[in-house]
Design a protein around this ligand. Structure first.
Ligand code: FRU
Length: 902
């Protein structure tokens, strides 16, 4: 659900207010329909002008004007048209009131307000009437005629339509007044829907017959009065006839002008009612109070008041002009205003649109931002999930690798004791006669290794138990001091045999403590065994016990080979992936120890420095009221478990031709192999690859046997080192290892090993292998003993060595003082190393090799050069040419000259 914020609500309210204010400003507009009977005279023009002028004050009113051009049917139809539009109000200035009455009634009955102007209808079916009273107009004319005629004379009346209301009204008024005066004679009434020329003709006809017919003509409007005057003038009687007109319009040859010029004697003012009708129409439309009958003022205008009238009317006209100007101005301003208003509204509209758009954009932006945030949150979550999955899969991969490694370690760890069970067994089985001492030793070895296998299996099972949470703690109170002391004592025999200084340092005589003796026994046993494993003969292992109120600390410190930082960090990790040389026995033992200590709410820490030693710190929390009473019997490992060295090192009795260097960290296997091999070879046995390398360099042996998994440098690295160093590169290497997989063999071969024998191995097979490799080397030596330079059969590395050696010889050939020491120094070897190397490769000693080299060189020089024998002798480093001749003859049984000439 999207939330509408308060800003959205405010915007909505603002829009409503703006729309409301726009609506309230807009006034209701009215349409007025105006049916005018004719427009071809000034009076009616003035009526329309007056209306328009007035309309300018009512912007809400507009007018539709219809001119019927004096045709009654047309006017009728036009009124109907206006009804049907419909208009809001109808103004009718009828021609023939009688004829138009039905359509006016129709409009009125339809609910359209009808305003009749000038000529009234005879029904009451209209809303209002505006116009002057024609009866009064006629009466004014009658009275004024009497005045003009001074009570005596004849009058002629001219009307403009028998059925029109003004004609009827004016005639009735005039006639009724004239009748009052006995000496005024009403001569005739000429009344028709005159066209001007028809009237002119009719009057001419009438007066030309009898020019004295009348003394006064009353015409119903000024236009007809002027026609009458014209006719009289034509007849030359205009001076004796008086004229009265109606309308009193301002303008050239209109009513007032005619009076002023003396053409007519008077005019009866008859206002058009234009302005008034609009005023009343507005009142009706605005639903304001109005009069139904609105009579307009009328009066007589003659020479007496025409000027005042004119002045007033001109003033009025000027005012009208002003008004019109102002109206135009107002109109213009209104136009400007409305266009500005339109612009304003438009701007307002666009502003609102803009605001709306802005709001929408803002909303969209916010929405987008929110969805972006959501999206990035989702992305992050996905990324986290991905990372988590990757992490878990990495962990799973590592766990699988660890497990695989663990299993390969297990098999490795099982292979060494198995070798030490199988090899002596095979040995005994192959013997024809059995020596009691040797047989006992073999069985001790078998027993020890069977026990070792058993212990390994036990440890594995215990770890599994801890892992599955089934291991329980059986705490009982014991004296911790005597407990540790007993364990340490058990190791004393081993310590003595290895000249290791083993001490238990404790400030207390007793220390009651509640613990699971069986488990802590394994912990101490493991850690002390471990210390022994990595402490060389002659080293020290010190165990100390410290205590404060809260905890106990037991330190097991040795000055053995120590650990690297990585080995230290992973010391307790069962599936340790780092240096593969760490023994599973250690790994299992330490991992198990940590688990047992955790069960005691204790901890184990390790401090170690490579080459300096290792200290394990066991921390056990002091529990409440440890007391000495009730100390129970403490089970612990038997002395047999301490892995005594069962194979006794018997010194070699014989000296043999070939020397072997044997590198094996398992003391039993090392001694076992040594004993077996020293029957045929001189054997130098060591525990580590580092020690092995030292022995190799000092002895330059004929063959090397090495284990692969060794503490420190492993067998592969050692092999590489041997094969890359020209002092030792010629020595065959046999890798003897528990790592039996093909890939390990490939690794060994790649390192340059000459043979790879997996454990458990067959002793006879090993012996045959050694023999084979040595024979091979001898064969090779024999083959090359006759040649000197660059024998192609020699291994590439060795060939390189010989080439380098011969180059060195070339360089120093002329020197008579050239010695083996000097050559070996330049090669970075000792004299013995060089001697052994050349001898191993060529079966010659270095001196013989140099002599043979010089001989070959001499032979070549004698045959291929012109040099003298003396020159050759010096060139080959002989101080004296006769020495050279003796040397040459000794080797070839020919003198150099004989050789050259042969
Ligand atoms: C104009 C006119 C006026 C007269 C009026 C009466 O058409 O003849 O001269 O006063 O009509 O309706």
């Amino acid at each position: 659900m999207k939330k509408y914020t308060s800003s959205h609500c405010w915007l909505f309210v603002l829009i409503l207010l703006i729309c409301g204010s726009c609506q309230s400003n807009e006034k209701q507009h009215f349409r007025i329909g105006f049916s005018q009977c004719g427009m071809d005279d000034r009076w009616r023009e003035e009526m329309v002008e007056g209306m328009n002028r007035e309309l300018s004050f009512y912007p809400e009113l507009s007018m539709i004007l219809k001119d019927s051009k004096w045709n009654n049917q047309t006017q009728y139809a036009q009124i109907e048209e206006l009804i049907n539009l419909p208009v809001d109000l109808l103004i009718v200035s009828p021609n023939d009131s009688k004829l138009l009455e039905p359509v006016i009634t129709k409009a009125y009955q339809k609910g359209i307000p009808v305003l009749v102007v000038d000529r009234r209808v005879f029904s009451d079916q209209f809303t209002a009437f505006v116009g002057a009273n024609n009866l009064v107009v006629g009466q004014h004319a009658g009275e004024y005629a009497n005045i003009l005629l001074n009570g005596h004379g004849r009058v002629l009346e001219v009307g403009f339509g028998p059925r029109t209301a003004p004609a009827i009204g004016r005639h009735n008024g005039f006639h009724s007044v004239i009748q009052k005066y006995p000496h005024i004679q009403y001569v005739d009434y000429l009344n028709k829907d005159w066209a001007d020329k028809d009237l002119r003709e009719a009057l001419t006809q009438k007066l030309s017959k009898n020019p004295n017919l009348t003394d006064l003509i009353f015409a119903h409007n000024d236009r007809c009065a002027l026609i009458a005057y014209d006719v009289c003038k034509n007849l030359g009687i205009e001076k004796k006839v008086k004229f009265i007109g109606v309308d009193g319009l301002v303008g050239n040859n209109l009513g007032l002008d005619l009076v002023k010029k003396g053409i007519i004697n008077a005019t009866i003012l008859y206002p058009t009612g234009g302005e008034e009708s609009i005023r009343i129409a507005a009142k009706i439309l605005r639903k304001q109070a109005f009069e139904k009958e609105n009579e307009l003022f009328t009066s007589v205008i003659d020479a007496q008041n025409v000027n005042i009238m004119l002045a007033q009317l001109n003033k009025l006209k000027e005012q009208h002009a002003d008004i019109e100007r102002q109206a135009t101005r107002i109109k213009d301003l209104t136009k400007i205003f409305s266009s500005q208003q339109a612009v304003l509204y438009l701007s307002f509209f666009f502003l609102i649109l803009l605001l709306l758009l802005g709001a929408v954009l803002f909303y969209l932006f916010r929405d987008r931002q929110e969805s972006n945030v959501r999206l990035s949150e989702q992305n992050e979550a996905i990324l986290n999930q991905k990372n988590e999955i990757e992490r878990i899969s990495l962990l799973a991969k590592q766990a699988t690798e660890d497990k695989l490694r663990f299993y390969s370690y297990i098999s490795h760890e099982f292979r060494t004791p198995l070798s030490l069970i199988l090899t002596p067994t095979q040995d005994i089985l192959h013997r024809k006669t059995l020596d009691a001492r040797e047989t006992r030793q073999a069985f001790l070895l078998i027993q020890k290794n069977a026990n070792r296998l058993l212990r390994l299996v036990d440890q594995l099972l215990e770890l599994r138990k801890v892992d599955s949470g089934k291991m329980e703690l059986n705490r009982q109170q014991h004296d911790l001091v005597s407990f540790i002391k007993d364990i340490v004592n058990d190791f004393q025999v081993k310590a003595k045999s290895q000249q290791i200084d083993l001490q238990f340092i404790c400030p207390f005589k007793t220390l009651p403590f509640s613990f699971d003796a069986e488990k802590l026994d394994k912990v101490f046993f493991n850690i002390i065994s471990n210390a022994f494993k990595y402490t060389p003969d002659g080293g020290a292992i010190h165990i100390s016990l410290l205590k404060n109120v809260e905890k106990l600390e037991i330190l097991i410190a040795d000055n053995g080979i120590g650990m690297t930082q990585e080995e230290k960090e992973r010391a307790f990790d069962l599936f340790y992936r780092g240096n593969q040389n760490i023994s599973l026995g250690t790994g299992l033992g330490l991992a198990l120890s940590r688990e047992f200590l955790t069960l005691h709410q204790g901890e184990i820490e390790v401090e170690s420095q490579k080459g300096k030693g290792t200290t394990f710190k066991i921390i056990l929390p002091m529990l409440a009221s440890e007391d000495i009473e009730g100390i129970s019997q403490m089970p612990h490992y038997t002395k047999e478990d301490i892995e005594p060295t069962v194979v006794v090192d018997t010194p070699a009795v014989q000296h043999h031709e070939n020397t072997l260097v044997l590198i094996e960290d398992n003391p039993d296997l090392r001694l076992f192999l040594k004993q077996k091999l020293q029957q045929f070879y001189n054997v130098v046995s060591v525990e580590t690859a580092e020690a092995g390398w030292t022995e190799i360099l000092s002895n330059i042996p004929d063959l090397i046997i090495s284990d692969v998994m060794l503490p420190g440098m492993d067998g592969f690295s050692l092999t590489q080192k041997i094969k890359n160093d020209f002092r030792s590169s010629h020595i065959p290497v046999i890798l003897l290892t528990a790592k039996g997989q093909t890939e390990n063999q490939i690794e060994g071969t790649r390192a340059g090993a000459d043979a790879y024998i997996p454990k458990p191995f067959n002793q006879q097979f090993l012996e045959e292998k050694i023999k084979g490799l040595l024979d091979n080397r001898d064969r090779m030596r024999r083959r090359f003993s006759g040649e000197i330079t660059n024998p192609s059969q020699i291994q590439k590395g060795e060939r390189k060595f010989l080439v380098e050696f011969e180059l060195l010889l070339e360089k120093h050939l002329t020197e008579s003082t050239l010695s083996v020491e000097k050559l070996s120094r330049e090669l970075g070897m000792s004299r013995v190393q060089l001697f052994r190397k050349i001898s191993a490769l060529t079966n010659k000693n270095v001196t013989d090799y140099i002599a043979d080299f010089k001989l070959l060189k001499a032979k070549a020089l004698l045959k291929e050069s012109d040099k003298t024998i003396s020159e050759i002798a010096y060139e080959l480093g002989f101080n004296n040419p006769s020495y050279f001749t003796t040397f040459f003859k000794q080797k070839t049984h020919q003198t150099p000259s004989e050789w050259r000439n042969s």
